[in-house]
Design a protein around this ligand. Sequence first.
Ligand code: N01
Length: 555
Amino acid sequence: MSALQSASAKGQPAAAGPYDVVVVGAGFAGMYMLHRLRQQGLSARVYEQGGDVGGTWYWNRYPGARCDVESMQYSYSFDEELQQQWEWSERYAPQPEILKYANHVADRFNLRSDIQLNTRVDRAEFDESTNSWSVTTSDGKTVTARYVVLATGCLSNAKMPDIKGLSDFKGRVYHTGHWPHEEIDFTGQRVGVIGTGSSGIQSVPVIAEQASHLTVFQRTANFSIPARNAALTAEERDSFRANYPEIRRIAREEMRNGIVQEVPDRGALDDGENERRERFEARWSKGGLTFMGVYNNLAFDQAANDTAADFVRDKIAEIVKDPQTAKLLQPNDHPIGSKRICIDTDYFATFNRPNVTLVDIKSDPITEILPHAVRTSAKEIEVDALVLATGFDAMTGSVAKIDIRGRNGQTLNQKWAEGPRTYLGLMSAGFPNLFIITGPGSPSVLSNMIVSIEQHVEWIADCIAHMRDRDLVAIEASRDAEDRWVAHVNEVAHTTLYPQANSWYMGANIPGKPQIFMPYIGGVGLYRQICNDVAAKGYEGFAMTAAEPMQRAAS
Ligand code: N01
């Protein structure tokens, strides 16, 4: 037993370390990581900058926030009793319910005693002489751990827009990704929403019901599909529960995005126009993310993609009464699905309300925020409150905020200056014993996040167990394996239409960020197989270091 493991063997993890593992973040990834490590008898400390567990669902409390993956599938599968007992109320769970679920999991598995809230990890430095990490937190303390696991989330670093005068605005300013905890009531207020991605599209219909007037500032129109949210019936829940083992298996192994759905057997151009329209209609009526799964080539073939994009543009024109507004709301600068498709409840119909105005800031840009108004090049619009639905520095943003130093003092930010480089999204060469959950180079944001989180957590936990059993003290991705993986991720991405969009997948929403398609688009089933094969071959592509004989004798 190593010195780092001895704390847990005494029954209680030591309060001040050293720990076997430090986990950064207590969202869905961090919580499950902690649970698994404890099951293996390891000591772990989780640091969470928020005031409670839940990660994304702790921060994103904006009106209308709910998951775009169906609740029966957006849930942990690791515990049979949990999945049988938890009662999801709706097809798509609202944010408060998902947060309640996260809290339930924390209590049910008694996780809180090893989670330190309101604490940021500021710095992590690898000590090559001891093969361990020194981790410094915002409370000024430093602890050591053999391993660090970054469970920092992919959409957790909210991006404030750089607009002149924003700080001088006299009303309240809200970012959807940093929403206050108290109830916000916009009744009687003139509200401006800037941004029309998933967060804007979910919040606009709800804010419109409260505000005296809502102005939506749109730079880029987005494709959105109706959610068709509804209460779940007892029969629907029971049917899932009875079939959970098979449903979860299919999600993990057979679905590209980890969401069980019908698998298309043909491409869009294999059908004639009438049949195609019927199929699109059926999916539109069903609602949700599975719209893009109607044909098997929408992500690959521009002509096929155009048929789906035209269908949605036609729908927008049917729903929105004012033809000029409808035209502005019709996306026309990227293939459908190449930016994360949005799922809405009455988004387009909201523009038929007399108290809602759309301002196209592509043709009439915002030039300045005044104390009580938004000024565009053509007009001045008075507002009492501003909602910034301007997105995130995705996938790398939260990792980049930590000063991570690996071998020879190199920082991860230096290494990733030209774009993130990982092997399997799990580790980066030069940074031994540092794991990333749903990192760049893994399916991550292109998948049902919980499916991907569970796969990564289990792979990492198994890897640590493998090392412990063999007295190994360090694991590191080889440069060669990493180079090949980065090339593969890139190559697969460029067989699709995704790189054509200026999306956050590409880092395109952050000025100066290298434009590289960050997630792995090969699908969760194939990816899982690759990860399993790598492990089965003795962690091929990773170098592992044995403990010094002295260290082994002492343990
Ligand atoms: O952020 P986004 P989001 N001036 O980056 C605009 C997940 N999510 O928070 O496209 C004016 O998509 C920007 O315009 P443009 C989901 O994966 C899931 O909405 O850059 N406008 C865009 O319209 C999603 O994809 C759920 O031209 C500015 C918007 O702000 C991801 O999170 C719900 C601007 C940002 O859109 C991010 O979604 C919510 C500026 N300076 C989120 N800067 C569900 O599960 C940016 N914009 C349902």
